[in-house]
Ligand binder design. Sequence first.
Ligand code: C2E
Ligand code: MG
Ligand code: MG
Length: 564
Amino acid sequence: MYRPRNPPNPLSSAFLKLPDTLLLVFDRQGRLAMISDAWVEALGYDLGELKQYCFFDLLYENDRSACRQKLAAMNAEAPTLRFSSRCCRKEGGYLGVVWNLTFDSDLELFYAAAHQTAVHLSPDEPQLPEMFVDGLTGLPNRSLFLDRLEHTFRRAERRKDIQFAVLHCGIDRFKVINHSLGHRMGDLLLMCVANLIRNTIRPTDMVARLAGDEFGILLEDIRDVSSTLQVVSRILQKLQLPFMLHEHEVFSTISFGIVASGAEYLVPDAMLRDANLAMLGAKQQGGGAYQVFNRGMHDQAVRRMELEMDLRHALEHGEFQAYYQPIVKLADGTLAGFEALVRWNHPNKGLISPVEFIPVSEESGLIVALGRWMLGEACRQLRHWQNTLPNAAALTVSVNLSGKQMQHPGLLDDVREALATSGLSPHSLKLEITESAMMQDTEKAALLLEQLQAMGIRILLDDFGTGYSSLAYLHRLPIDTLKVDRSFVRHLHENPTDRHFVETIVHLAQRLEQDVICEGVELAEQAAILAAMGVGYTQGFLYSRPVAANEAQILILTGFETND
Ligand code: C2E
Ligand code: MG
Ligand code: MG
């Protein structure tokens, strides 16, 4: 029988409980600061007993000194470690565990996520084959998953009655969490999710980490697709509780793509590919949901590829066109400038909206070239108007920048080039960015925006109010103007909540000395409310839809009547 040797733990008042994950936090002496319920269950002790122990007490005696040595070598330069060991159960016997340790040198704490191995570890044979295990989560990796899937395929060939399913799971908005809370928290979240899934499926099923924030689940011997839905709903149910990642409470959701075995699948790769497509579909629906793969999705993927090829062709053949939508100064109804919005003038299909092709352009990277073209075109057009029209000197043009463009190292050069070639003053140019565009690397984005601002270009935060943790950026990023998303403007005249929201933003912007533009103004009633609130600028169908350059020119010359 295994007995603790250490005195009561002085950190025990700080105990936090995490459901379903084998997680521990302890200090250099091994004193536990946090332990999850899952450990209580896995080792068979009650929480009160475990609180008395130190980390090393949990290990099988023969594994302890090796473990102490490994931990002693961890420091700021070597903050992570993965190894396997045995833990002792209260009832006797061992538990094979793969540990993933991260050392926080600021707090002098070890974060240990553990994966209970299915492999039985005898005291003589403690090590797991490492090439099949994912280093962070301790789960099987992609190779092992495909290997097992292959095996399942072969079994199903022999026994026609066997049905199985592959689930491709992706953590929604993982990048956002990773970048806002830091990579260590991102890693912890991955470990928590890995453990949650593992503890939800049957021991005979398999979960593997396929890549990044993606997991694969193989459910064997299922009756039909509905049994997979039960697994999905159990996981989603558990995710309704937040994960406690150190002091952060993080809610997370997962999107699932589901594929059931069938005659059309001859190789594991095809099944995994389709599960992935279905998962992307679930993500597009907003996440936290599942999609069962159907043939239509495959066709859709093919259509997407064709669209990508068409887009490349369009760029080479000058099929894109810049449209301009007026931005109006509310106080006196005068024209302040335009937002440049791209349109695709397709030879057969006519004008295509950017909502249809911008996402594909972003995914394929084409947006960099397309954005460069828009920047050049918008600068050239405004400079031309300023040169030729009497009342265009003070007009500005706003150009949308996508996240991909901001990550591209050539952006500053592209902007300089567009200004130099057109002769437009940087003070006439504004760039619209979204919060999501800055999520990839906020520090780098902030630096880039500062450089643009230093050139005299003004920065607008587009679609404000729809992003993630918007307020965190406002004081950190060099933003000149908040552009309130049209979803808050649409019901402004009939919904007091939306009105309060906009009012709050106006106050906030005033405090931060930023301008406010409200987009999507369609009714004179909305414009009047916004004017009374002190909103500086508006944009919307009330004044004009986005129009081609020749029509915009008429608006500059003649002013415009509102459509109300
Ligand atoms: P956005 O930058 O927020 O642009 C405003 C969108 O709202 C435009 O849609 C505009 O036509 C629409 N809009 C303006 N006023 C009203 C209104 O009163 N009511 C309604 N219902 N809609 C209004 P559009 O032109 O379809 O562009 C959609 C999005 O596509 C843009 O949203 C922007 O995110 C993206 N986009 C457009 N052009 C470009 C571009 O050149 N580069 C990049 N990266 N993105 C672009
Ligand atoms: Mg915009
Ligand atoms: Mg917008």
